[in-house]
Design a protein. Structure first.
Length: 311
């Protein structure tokens, strides 16, 4: 374990589901992702537990602006007087003015669920936002954190390479691996195709871009640290292809969404159960949210293919 990289459970949805990371270097700190505004007390507690104060935090790096990663950014920045937020150029406008993010999420989840899961989403002042184009370097007390453009899950996604630990903070680019499924047999890792910008070829290229760095570990927002990066990259790429095939086989199906959900459950659950030793019914329960969101994302991607074919 790297004692200078602290995993913070943001409390979103269930334990060990959604992580933020606190990197500590020479008495200074940087967060990678932050969860929702309801996560802020946990992040402040992590600062205290690390022997720091809020004014010692220099950076909040947001891998992308999906609300489980960045919904609490504005609220957290209010507590960090010296910090700057680092955001992809496509995502920065939504952090400075989150009105479209709020409207889009509310349309999907409803006001009651938005309040329960995400709390209040507030803007970050524009003067406290730094734009991270591909290759942007953030200095944390002399420790270089390199931002790499990694589209595929979202067009506004970057990953963070930490050369000191030879680790990559992957947001959603390197998939999802819940610790619930860990066993002596290994881990269960799978891609995330959450709406609305899934691009399979771009995602595979981004995964290969990360592998080229030869990282020793990947820190996933969902959830925690994993190793065997080159081998796990091949698992992810194979699964992306399989998920694309599942979607394409059902592009014209009646009740398309339900059929994609069913196929994804049949694809994921036996693998998760085989690795973990959990009953397949329990695996389906733990993966239900991801199956639903991945099916939605694949559906949006299929609709985009249709539009392009008809253009």
């Amino acid at each position: 374990m790297n004692p200078d990289i602290i995993t913070v459970d943001t409390g979103f949805q269930r334990p060990c589901f959604d992580a933020a990371y606190l990197i500590v270097e020479n008495g200074r700190g940087a967060f990678v992702d932050c969860g929702t505004s309801l996560s802020v007390p946990r992040l402040l507690a992590a600062i205290r537990d690390a022997g720091l104060a809020p004014e010692n935090i220099d950076w909040l790096l947001l891998t992308h602006v999906h609300l489980d990663h960045a919904g609490g950014a504005g609220a957290l920045m209010r507590e960090l007087p010296n910090a700057r937020a680092v955001v992809h150029p496509r995502g920065a406008p939504h952090m400075i003015d989150p009105a479209k993010l709020i409207a889009g999420a509310t349309a999907v989840y409803g006001e009651e669920e938005m309040a329960r899961s995400y709390g209040t989403i507030v803007p970050i002042p524009a003067e406290r936002v730094d734009i991270a184009n591909d290759g942007h370097v953030v200095e944390l007390a002399g420790r270089a954190l390199l931002c790499l453009d990694t589209p595929g899950h979202a067009s506004h996604h970057f990953c963070v390479w930490d050369g000191k630990s030879r680790s990559i903070f992957t947001g959603d680019t390197f998939g999802i691996s819940y610790r619930d499924f860990d066993s002596a047999n290994g881990i269960h890792l799978f891609p995330t195709t959450t709406p609305v910008q899934f691009d399979p070829e771009a995602l595979k290229a981004s995964i290969r871009k990360l592998v080229a760095l030869q990282p020793e570990h990947a820190y996933l927002t969902h959830y925690g640290r994993i190793g065997d990066i080159a081998a796990n990259a091949q698992v992810l790429i194979g699964q992306i292809d399989a998920m694309v095939a599942i979607a394409m086989e059902r592009i014209d199906a009646e009740q398309r969404h339900a059929r994609i959900c069913e196929a994804l459950a049949d694809f994921y659950a036996p693998r998760a159960a085989a690795v973990s030793g959990l009953p397949e019914t329990r695996a389906r329960e733990l993966l239900a949210m991801d199956i639903e969101l991945n099916a939605q994302g694949l559906g949006v991607w299929l609709d985009r293919i249709r539009r392009n074919q008809n253009a």
